[in-house]
Ligand binder design. Sequence first.
Ligand code: ADP
Ligand code: GLC
Length: 477
Amino acid sequence: MRVLFVVSEAYPLVKTGGLGDVGGALPAALAGLGAEVRLLLPGYPEARARLAGAADEGSLGDLLGLGEARLLGGEMPGSGLRVWLVHFPPLYERPGGPYLDPAGREWADNHLRFALLARAGAHLAAAGGGFGFAPDVVHANDWQSGLLPAYLKLGGRTRPGSVFTVHNMQFPGLFAAEVLGAIGLPPESFAIDGVEFYGRISFLKAGLAYADRLTTVSPTYAEEIQRPAGGGGLAGLVAKRAGVLTGLVNGVDYRIWDPAKDRLIARRYGPRRLALKAENKRALQREMGLAPEPATPLVGLVSRLTEQKGVDLMLAALPRLLGLGCQLATLGSGEARFETELAAAAAAHPGRVAVHTAYDEALAHRIQAGADICLVPSRFEPCGLVQMYALRYGTVPVVHRTGGLADTVVEVGENGKGTGFLFETPTVEALVGAVARALACYRQARRWPSIQRRGMRQDFGWGRTAHKYMEIYRQLA
Ligand code: ADP
Ligand code: GLC
């Protein structure tokens, strides 16, 4: 099975969130099952710098009338997976992130940056485009590669089959109707059953409309996006295509996220050496300037700071959370208003609230290792990886029952089974109630470790999910 996996981020080459974790880990898991995988990404400078043994493999031609792009080949550090980068400096060679410029604004030419990625994918899909790898299946992800299935279908190609995975419906990839020609789509595709979305072009809709098979990252989210509350204006299209849609929960790459092997944390531990977790708590309190109190429950929050993640909810709940006797350690970056409010909360509660507003991969590990509770108050969450990481680190998740959170955390409840605490509505009241339930268990010296250990022994590895993707590929090939 030859799979061309096209994605806009893949750890450790480039990552802004969970998509990067999946882009790095899922292809490696597929390769582990015997698939021959090529990963295709834009040639961002940091990705080129981190790619092992990067070498020019030849010309992709002039795919969008902007000039010749080249294909760089190399290996993923760590997994050794074969990676291709689309090398086109006029679009990719600049400081800033994959989607945003250094000032935090979307790149004005994002339609070209990601049309070129998808176009290169379509070129390689056509019998390998002269690069000796003819894929049986192409797998595109989110709006950034949503045009790929459209290029294949509108180009009259039925082979290779295409899979399109939705990681987040909130990003429709909208661009002005006028760019249709520039991104190489025919006029007839600008229609209700094509890429048109309220007078504009949606790259996400392109993927949803033209891919042979659709997947999303949890069964509950697969249901949610068929209704307007979860799928927005595209819910109707998703519902219409429900017959080819599958919800598959993401996995955890335990080579990277396992306290028994993690070199980024103060002290390694596992379910049988759980007492050592306390050293990580002590180190985290010291590092983040929290009062050095071993018995005080420490709540961690690692998140993009956006409306989706319910950061405002957490901020509104903060006085009551502190009233329950918690400390709070947050790591996040994103919308300026949330960064400002978090910084103000930290200033108002020295020693009790610690805030680091940055993107810091290593600190994310240390918070997972050092906190007692991992709070995920997301309004919606397609899958969510942080709560699964928390489970492995013996950090008990408190989450809103939505999307993948609902599929991966089981309420502890009265009978003492379960792995975490869920709240049913995204309100301050419900959030505080769930944290209070968690704290009631935290204070029971024998009960808490048994909850932690049950979480640590859950298996959210990629194995099961990768098998299911392979099954979908086989049906297509
Ligand atoms: P999403 O993809 O919606 O952001 P996920 O829970 O799927 O949510 O994945 C988030 C990933 O990004 C995790 O690997 C998490 O550790 C990481 N992350 C989020 N914010 C930060 C940050 N400020 N610094 C470091 N890592 C972060
Ligand atoms: C998106 C979602 C998140 C999911 C990740 C990887 O960023 O917001 O819930 O875990 O993609 O699929």
